[in-house]
Design a protein around this ligand. Structure first.
Ligand code: SF4
Length: 400
């Protein structure tokens, strides 16, 4: 993942800083369709600049920052989408700025953050030595009965409402404390697209005040650890720098993907279910397979850096794990995959929980030794790149 590593090590400026050098020619109060046309027109210019910086190490252009930039345009488009919400594939078309009518995620305009910290549990490539700067948002657009983060995904009132400046301060703090990336995660992040893009648009020029830091500190799970602040580990070519990591269920709309293409340096998509009935039955999510495979195809075709995560679930190896791995092998055999073995019964699948529903009895145990080894063996037969990711942190210690 050369682009991600280049940004993480501050040898390259993050995409949000490159997009901030691309001028936008129309006012941001133009009609939404004109804004989308402008995005389509400016994206090739952005990509040319990104490729020249990525491939030949070119510096950011030494020109004054344009008055309105591609980053501003992405932020504005996210707010326009919020008023007829099509952030994700549900395409609810509700006006989340007004409240009253809610979509599947049941959210209005507020975004809530549950917690944030240096995450030492992500894959080695992301957690490194100092952790992945992970910001956990509340609520989700999917309804996975087995959710491994059910405390925040099923409780939309968890955490506290977050304004973009405080959110940007959290990201700034994590990076200046040494985190290797800013890891936007949930619940699900797509449903908070407007707040996150707004925060990213503030990052380059952000100089947090004491009040900003006071606002940001509640919710920082590791606030008691003295990390020290070092701008040198958070800057490239004279300004704040950090790779943006999109850690998502990938049930996103095509429009959301277009905006994120401009701003994300690396992607961490889940690929949970096979093409049969498991997605509607276990997560009440229609169109799952076609949506997620289409979005995976996009980031692969775009030449993005990414890692696919697949969680092996009990009794779902034949219907989910095998077709997922087969799809990867047929469509992007070079993609790194983490075949995860740490499934535990949770949320509605945990027999010890009052929320347990007997209809999920099949998911009320850990994956067996045979199921995990069968998954690894199939990955190996297919020639998938999974071993270094899957073995270094597996909780069962199983490997071929
Ligand atoms: S984020 Fe998705 S689920 Fe929520 S209102 Fe928008 S389209 Fe619907």
């Amino acid at each position: 993942m050369p682009w991600y590593r280049g940004v993480a090590d501050n040898r390259r400026p993050a995409k949000f800083r490159i997009a901030a050098r691309v001028p936008v020619a129309i006012p941001l109060d133009a009609a939404e369709e004109e804004l989308w046309a402008e995005l389509d027109a400016r994206t090739p210019q952005f990509l040319d600049l990104w490729h020249s910086i990525r491939d030949s190490g070119a510096e950011l252009p030494a020109v004054p920052k344009p008055p309105v930039t591609l980053v501003d345009l992405c932020r504005e488009l996210a707010y326009r989408m919020l008023a007829h919400c099509n952030f994700c594939r549900y395409d609810c078309r509700v006006d989340r700025t007004k409240g009253g009518h809610f979509g599947t995620c049941k959210l209005g305009a507020d975004s809530r953050v549950s917690t944030y910290f240096h995450h030492l549990g992500e894959e080695l490539v992301y957690r490194g030595r100092s952790g992945s700067g992970t910001i956990f948002f509340t609520s989700c657009n999917m309804r996975c009965a087995f959710c491994q983060n059910g405390d925040i995904s099923t409780d939309k009132d968890n955490g506290r409402p977050m304004d973009p400046r405080t959110l940007a301060t959290m990201a700034w703090l994590l990076r200046v404390e040494g985190c290797h990336n800013i890891n936007w995660v949930g619940g699900e992040v797509t449903i908070h697209l407007h707040t996150i893009l707004h925060a990213i648009s503030l990052l380059e020029g952000l100089r947090p005040t004491e009040e900003d830091l006071r606002n940001a500190l509640p919710g920082k799970a590791d606030y008691y650890v003295r990390f020290g602040l070092d701008m040198a580990q958070a800057s490239c070519q004279g300004a704040f720098n950090a790779p943006m990591l999109w850690n998502s269920n990938f049930f996103m709309s095509a429009e959301a993907m277009k905006l994120l293409r401009i701003l994300m340096d690396v992607w961490l998509p889940d690929f949970k279910f096979g093409p049969e009935r498991c997605a509607p039955l276990l997560s009440k999510t229609p169109f799952y397979w076609e949506t997620v495979t289409e979005n995976l195809r996009l980031i692969h075709d775009w030449g993005e850096d990414f890692t696919i995560r697949h969680l092996v679930m009990p009794n779902h190896v034949e219907c989910c794990t095998l077709p997922v791995l087969q799809w990867v092998a047929e469509n992007m055999p070079d993609a790194p995959v983490n075949i995860m073995d740490q499934y535990h019964p949770d949320t509605f699948c945990d027999p010890a929980s009052p929320k347990f529903s007997p209809k999920y009895r099949d998911l009320a145990r850990r994956a067996s030794r045979d199921e995990i080894l069968r998954s690894f063996r199939y990955g190996k037969e297919l020639g998938i790149r999974f071993e270094s990711l899957s073995y270094e942190k597996n909780s069962t210690g199983l490997r071929l």
